[in-house]
Write a protein of this length. Structure first.
Length: 395
C-alpha cells in the first residue's frame, strides 16, 4: 500500500517538472523571436553606424613652399686658443711667488709671477761689463800701435806695401773679436738677470702651478701651466650630411653658442675659423673650429669657461622652393599621407633633401596647400575616406 502511494507521488512530481521545463522553453523562444524581429526592423541604421566607425579620424597640417635656410646644430667642448707650459730659463732660489699663482688665478700680460735670487746674476753682469771695458782698452791700444807702425814704415822710405803683420791687423781683429765676445756676454748676463723674473706671457688664467717661495728651480724647471683668458674656441663635430649643407666658403660663418649655467641660459657669438680637415673614422664626422668672441661689458662669463660643453648653432645652405613637413608625417617607405579636397586619402612618394630633429625638408612630391596627415593610420588604402579632426599650422 505504501509502495503504491510513493509511486503515485513520484509520477505527479515528474509531470509538474515537465510542465515547468516546457514553460521555460516557451519563454526562451519568445525572447529570441523578439530579438530577431528588432534586428530585422533596424538593419539599415546598424550598418550606417558601423560604417561611420570605420572612417579614420586624422590630424592634418597645411604645407607651403618656402625658401629655407638649413639650420645646423651640434655640441662641443670649450678649449683655450692658447695654452702654455711656463718653464724657468735660469736656475736659482725662489724669493717671490705671486699670491695669484694658483689654479684659477688671473694675470695680465707682463705681470710678475715668480722672482729668483738675483745677486749671482748681477755679479755676472758686472763682470761682463768689466770685460767689455778691458776689451775696448785693448782694441784702442792695438789701433794706436798699428798707427805707430805705419808711421815708422813710411819713415823707412820703402816703396813696397807693408804687410798686415807689420801693420798689426791680426792683433786689431783679435781685439775686435774679444770686444764682440765681451759685449755678447754682457747681453747674455742682462737677459739672464731679466729671466730671474717670470712674467705672464699674455692675459691668462693659471691651470696649475708647482713652485713655492724658498724652493729652488733648475734651468728648464716647470713653474706653471696657463691658458689665454681673452680667447676661447670650440671643436664642433659635424656629420658628413651637415658638412654638405655648409656654405661653399664656410670660414667666417657666424655661430651661436648656448649653454646653461646655474640653471640660467647663457649665449655667446663666434665664427668658424678653420676645419681640421680629415674625417674621424669612428664617428664619420669632420671637426670645425669656432672662435668665441668675448661679450662686451660682461665681467662674469664674458667667455664660456674652459671645459664647458655647449651647443653650437649656425645656418647652412639656402634651399629654394622646398616644403617643410613634420617628421612624424614621413612613413618608413619615404611616403606621406595627404588628405584630398574630397576627404580621401592619397599616398604620395616624396624626395627628402634633409632630415632635421622635428622636420624633414621635401623637394619633390608635395605642392603648395597640400594637407599632410600627421597622425598614424591603421591599414591605409589609397582613396579611402578620412575625417579631419584638427588642422595645424607649421611653426
Amino acid at each position: 500500500m505504501e509502495n503504491t502511494i510513493q509511486t503515485e507521488k513520484r509520477e505527479g512530481a515528474s509531470k509538474v517538472g515537465a510542465v515547468f521545463m516546457g514553460l521555460i522553453a516557451v519563454v526562451v523562444i519568445a525572447v529570441g523571436v523578439g530579438i530577431m524581429m528588432v534586428m530585422v526592423k533596424n538593419p539599415v541604421e546598424a550598418t550606417k553606424e558601423e560604417r561611420r566607425e570605420l572612417i579614420p579620424r586624422v590630424e592634418t597640417v597645411t604645407v607651403d613652399e618656402i625658401n629655407y635656410t638649413v639650420q645646423i646644430a651640434t655640441q662641443g667642448q670649450v678649449l683655450p686658443v692658447t695654452q702654455t707650459q711656463i718653464i724657468s730659463e735660469v736656475g736659482g732660489s725662489v724669493t717671490y711667488v705671486s699670491d695669484k699663482l694658483k689654479a684659477g688665478g688671473a694675470f695680465a700680460k707682463g705681470e710678475e709671477m715668480v722672482r729668483l735670487e738675483q745677486a749671482d746674476y748681477e755679479a755676472t753682469l758686472a763682470n761682463a761689463k768689466a770685460q767689455v771695458a778691458d776689451a775696448k782698452l785693448n782694441l784702442a791700444q792695438e789701433e794706436a800701435r798699428a798707427e805707430q807702425a805705419l808711421r815708422e814704415w813710411k819713415k823707412l822710405g820703402r816703396g813696397e806695401q807693408a804687410s798686415d803683420l807689420v801693420l798689426r791687423k791680426p792683433q786689431i781683429e783679435s781685439a775686435k773679436a774679444r770686444l764682440e765676445s765681451s759685449e755678447a756676454a754682457v747681453n747674455k748676463a742682462v737677459r739672464d738677470l731679466e729671466r730671474t723674473v717670470t712674467r705672464a706671457p699674455y692675459d691668462c688664467i693659471v691651470e696649475s702651478a708647482n713652485i713655492d717661495e724658498g724652493g729652488y728651480v733648475a734651468p728648464g724647471g716647470r713653474i706653471a701651466e696657463v691658458y689665454a683668458s681673452q680667447k676661447m674656441e670650440l671643436r664642433l663635430p659635424l656629420s658628413l650630411e651637415d658638412v654638405g649643407f655648409l656654405p661653399e666658403e664656410f670660414k667666417g660663418t657666424e655661430v651661436t653658442v648656448r649653454a646653461v649655467i646655474g640653471g640660467k641660459p647663457v649665449n655667446w657669438q663666434g665664427k668658424i675659423v678653420r676645419s681640421e680637415g680629415g674625417v674621424d673614422r669612428e664617428t664619420m664626422t669632420m671637426m670645425m673650429v669656432v672662435e668665441v668672441t668675448p661679450k662686451q661689458g660682461e665681467q662674469r662669463f664674458a667667455l664660456p669657461p674652459k671645459g664647458l660643453f655647449v651647443n653650437g648653432e649656425f645656418q647652412g645652405e639656402k634651399l629654394e622652393g622646398v616644403v617643410r613637413v613634420p617628421r612624424q608625417a614621413l612613413t618608413g617607405e619615404g611616403k606621406v599621407y595627404v588628405m584630398g579636397d574630397d576627404n580621401t586619402l592619397r599616398i604620395v612618394a616624396v624626395e627628402v633633401e634633409r632630415t632635421e630633429r622635428d622636420y624633414v625638408i621635401v623637394t619633390k612630391g608635395l605642392e603648395q596647400g597640400d594637407q599632410v596627415i600627421t597622425s598614424p593610420i591603421e591599414l591605409p588604402v589609397e582613396g579611402m575616406k578620412v575625417e579631419p579632426v584638427k588642422q595645424k599650422g607649421l611653426k
